[in-house]
Design a protein around this ligand. Structure first.
Ligand SMILES: NC(=O)c1ccc[n+]([C@@H]2O[C@H](COP(=O)([O-])OP(=O)(O)OC[C@H]3O[C@@H](n4cnc5c(N)ncnc54)[C@H](OP(=O)(O)O)[C@@H]3O)[C@@H](O)[C@H]2O)c1
Length: 337
């Protein structure tokens, strides 16, 4: 693989920091790293492969000579800066929502639709929403076997899904609960998250569903090339530091037993089956944090399915900072080189 100049837009955030680690771990061929962040971080340094690298303010000129940009900033910053990078010849792999549904931008989970990466006329490739990636990695192999018709999903999403501010806020609230003190302002969350659950992620949109809940259907349709698939989703923020969990019920065109599903998932890329009720073995966020596989368990028949309808229920957990963001982006970049 030829070496590339790689910029990380948002290098100081939760996802950007993880990207640095993934590039190192996967021995990505980086000839020069260009860490970019806000003016607040400019001049500070971070460590890459044992060397201190200065963080630069993210401005259009910073993308001169860059081959690949890994985007780890918010929607507005991605919209403003990635077209500037693309115009200067860089290929951008973006984690924000800004370009995901653009028909000229592939939306990719490599285990599902790596073939879409090659066609990127805007020089931008989008990384899907983190809960969408974690849910689809195990769902797609079942779809290939039995034909996915419909999904009912409840997510249990970690505080770090709201970035560094979310992670720090849960740490602060946990400390207030343990040591006493004023709970005070709970932003970025609308309410206290510690010892609580918040059944809202994103803003409220059509039909009473949130922006996060619409992503599972809209992005899932594009990634799996299934324009008709229907998804009913409830997204909940939970007081977990990292790793999203999901309860998923899938309805299929063709029969699929829990044993068949277990066998298919055991052979599926990016998936680890942890499913033995006898030994209380099932996926949990503590076990799936800081690694790249999506763990699946609690695989069972959907007892509510009408007679003759093929439907299974399962539970999955995966690290949304790694497979839900940084690792998925670096995997896409590996296809580019
Ligand atoms: N967290 C997750 O689990 C997750 C998963 C999937 C996708 N995503 C998406 O990934 C992106 C990054 O999320 P995150 O969780 O890593 O957020 P984060 O921890 O809040 O980090 C945000 C990054 O953006 C930078 N930034 C802020 N304002 C900027 C500006 N004006 N110009 C340039 N850079 C600026 C910050 O730099 P400073 O430190 O200088 O402010 C920081 O590096 C978002 O689009 C998010 O939706 C996040």
């Amino acid at each position: 693989m030829s070496e590339k100049v790689v910029a990380i837009l948002g290098a100081t955030g939760v996802v950007g920091t993880q990207m640095l680690q993934c590039l190192e771990e996967r021995d990505f061929p980086v000839s020069r790293l260009v860490p970019l962040a806000s003016a607040r971080s400019a001049g500070k340094t971070l460590t890459f492969r044992g060397e201190e690298v200065a963080i630069q303010e993210a401005r259009p000129e910073a993308f001169e000579g860059v081959d690949i940009v890994l985007g780890a900033a918010g929607d507005d910053i991605a919209k403003a800066l990635l077209p500037e990078a693309a115009a200067r010849g860089a290929v951008c792999v973006d984690n924000s929502h800004a370009f995901r549904l653009d028909p000229d931008v592939p939306l990719v989970v490599p285990e599902i639709n790596a073939g879409d990466i090659a066609n990127h006329p805007r020089n931008i490739i989008a990384n899907p929403n983190c809960a969408t990636i974690i849910g689809l990695v195990p769902t797609y192999p079942l779809h290939k076997a039995a034909g996915l018709r419909r999904m009912i999903v409840s997510t249990y999403q970690a505080a770090s899904g709201a970035g560094m501010p979310g992670l720090r806020e849960l740490q602060r609230e946990t400390s207030v609960l343990a040591n006493g003190g004023e709970m005070g302002d709970t932003s970025p969350f609308a309410y206290q998250l510690a010892a609580n659950l918040i059944p809202q992620i994103g803003s409220f949109k059509d039909e009473g569903y949130t922006s996060e809940e619409w992503k599972m259907q809209n992005e899932g349709r594009k990634i799996m090339h299934l324009p008709e698939v229907r998804v009913n989703c409830t997204c909940v923020r939970v007081p977990v530091m990292r790793s999203h969990s999901e309860s998923i019920t899938c309805e299929f065109d063709r029969p699929l037993t829990p044993d068949q599903a277990r066998e298919i998932l055991a052979a599926a890329p990016g998936v680890k089956v942890v499913d033995d009720p006898a030994t209380l073995s099932y996926p949990m966020p503590l076990d799936t944090s800081d690694q790249d596989l999506v763990y699946v368990g609690r695989i069972r028949r959907d007892l509510s399915a009408p007679e003759g309808v093929s439907s299974l229920t399962f539970w999955c957990c995966g690290d949304q900072i790694r497979k839900g963001a940084a690792t998925n982006a670096v995997q896409i970049a590996e296809y580019l080189v």
